[in-house]
Ligand binder design. Sequence first.
Ligand code: NI
Length: 177
Amino acid sequence: MTIKTVLRMGDPILLQPATEVLQFDTPALHALVQDMQDTMTHMNGAGIAAPQIGVSLRVVIFGVGSNPRYPDAEQVPYTVLINPTLHPVGDAQEDGWEGCLSVPGMRGVVPRYQRLHYTGFDQYGNPIDRLVSGFHARVVQHECDHLDGILYPMRIQDLSNFGFTDVLFPNQDIQDD
Ligand code: NI
């Protein structure tokens, strides 16, 4: 169990394109995934990308379980996604609020493709191939942006929709990512 320090916006590693994973099912890859999982759980995040803990490899994990406080929130299965490819299905985009462990305490409205076909591999090298929409599609687009050095504030179109979480949403207890 290793909780890593999450790099914050301003760190050059977050702006760097990450490198493909060449070997699956290795002790090093399993340790990386475990560290990412421990860190994401500790920070109460919906997802995390390897560059956020200082490892510039194309590995993301994400997942949103049921939360009694947010019965209407869409669930996303816990997923380890390596060397992902993303293909939007159609041109439709929708706006939604996002946060990021690397931009703590803030939220912004970001347009994302509504429907997404994505592929990749898990840590054992098993292929992943999914057609998703809505919040699941948003989470994947956000996490995979990290692999190309893109943080969500770079995608905000109207900066009046960017601010501190506790100011934007007073009286709400919102998780930090
Ligand atoms: Ni993020």
